[in-house]
Design a protein around this ligand. Structure first.
Ligand SMILES: [Fe+2]
Length: 373
């Protein structure tokens, strides 16, 4: 199986994993044959990727750091919190905390926190998916930095609600496919203070939850927003959620661009650590996150096509892969990339057909570095 973009060329392909809709209801079961109208419906619901079956592919299952049940529980808690806030009522903090506790328990059980590497994948572009990923990454960073369980719960809650101010931003602006105008940028940036205000008014928790919302776009050198705070003025929660937010935003598809090549994101974060981002948080993230989640399709130098079959604890940049096509490759070959430094990863093959659009490795010259635009 492999993770691919939701594209018309998938007509006739079979789903390898089920797709669930609003409230966790089963929408399409594993084995469903995709039709043009099903693809159109999925796209209309915000899905950008699916997992499909392919006979040549190994029988590996994409990693999920948290269970489907926990994901639904968390999405429900977030949706309830958003609806209550929009109605001028306080969210039920207990429900949110229960969801954070379930995420921590899942991460522990799935080895993401104990020793392994955390794989995150975005199958759709909705804010809840991003919020849950930022929560998972923030908790993983905090754990790597030796935070105590109680502190991880606070960090996870702040991370989960970091973008809550977006409920007050017009939907057409959030989903705009093209670049934003200066005025739209300005409006988008208000989500930090809007989130801070919403959360400070509701929670009597010493402000830690609200600081995630307020500070996740601040940068150590003062170039961030909304206040242009510098290193010593930004809380630890603000520093960690900033790193998690940028990483998830850059590695996911956005309305106006494809996901950025993972090694390019890696290099960007290394290059800017200590300047824009907290060094310890960047190091912790990059030691834990799977740059190439299991199921990702890769093009290797030399024209070989490979699928990631498992993570290698020795390096999150060099997973185990199976070569399934290329010059002279008449049968699948399993390779440990860590042991073969001569084999370079060229690009991600996110579309179904090898000769279609490729997300090439490259620079960030024309890609806005603001995670919300
Ligand atoms: Fe944000």
């Amino acid at each position: 199986m492999r993770i691919v973009d939701l594209h018309d060329r998938l007509i006739g392909a079979y789903l390898a994993m089920p797709i669930h809709g609003d409230g966790g209801k089963l929408m399409l079961g594993a084995g469903t044959r995709l039709t043009r109208s099903l693809i159109k419906t999925l796209r209309a619901r915000g899905y950008t990727k699916v997992v499909v079956k392919k006979s040549l592919m190994p029988d590996s299952v994409p990693d999920h750091p948290i269970s489907y049940q926990t994901r639904v529980q968390t999405e429900t808690a977030l949706e309830e919190a958003a609806n209550r806030l929009l109605a001028g009522r306080s969210p039920d903090l207990k429900r949110v905390l229960e969801a954070v506790d379930a995420i921590i328990a899942n991460l522990w059980a799935n080895s993401g926190m104990s020793s392994g590497i955390v794989s995150i994948q975005s199958y759709d572009g909705n804010t809840y998916t991003h919020s849950i990923n930022v929560c998972i990454l923030s908790i993983s960073i905090g754990h790597c930095l030796g935070w105590r369980l109680e502190d991880l719960r606070e960090l996870g809650t702040a991370a989960l609600l970091h973008d809550i101010g977006k409920i007050l931003i017009p939907l057409d602006l959030l989903n705009k496919a093209g670049p934003l105008t200066a005025e739209e940028h300005g409006l988008m940036r208000t989500h930090c203070e809007k989130g801070w205000k919403l959360l400070s008014e509701c929670f009597n928790t010493g402000g830690y939850i609200a600081r995630g919302a307020l500070e996740h776009h601040e940068r150590l050198d003062g170039s961030g927003y909304p206040k242009g705070l510098t290193e010593n003025m930004i809380s630890d929660i603000g520093k960690i959620t900033a790193v998690a937010d940028v990483y998830d935003a850059m590695t996911a598809d956005r309305p106006h661009r494809k996901a950025i090549f993972p090694e390019t994101v890696y290099n960007h974060m290394v290059q800017h650590k200590g300047v824009l981002f907290d060094s310890a948080a960047v190091d912790a993230l990059l030691s834990k996150v799977a740059l190439y989640p299991t199921g990702t399709l890769l093009s290797l130098w030399g024209g070989y096509i490979a699928v990631v079959t498992a993570q290698d604890p020795r390096s999150n940049l060099r997973p185990l892969v199976r070569i399934v096509g290329g010059p002279g490759a008449s049968k699948p070959i399993d390779v440990e990339l860590y042991s073969r430094p001569d084999i370079k990863i060229d690009c991600l093959l996110s579309n179904y057909l090898p000769d279609s659009h490729r997300m090439a490795a490259g620079t960030l010259h024309d890609i806005p570095l603001d995670s919300d635009t």
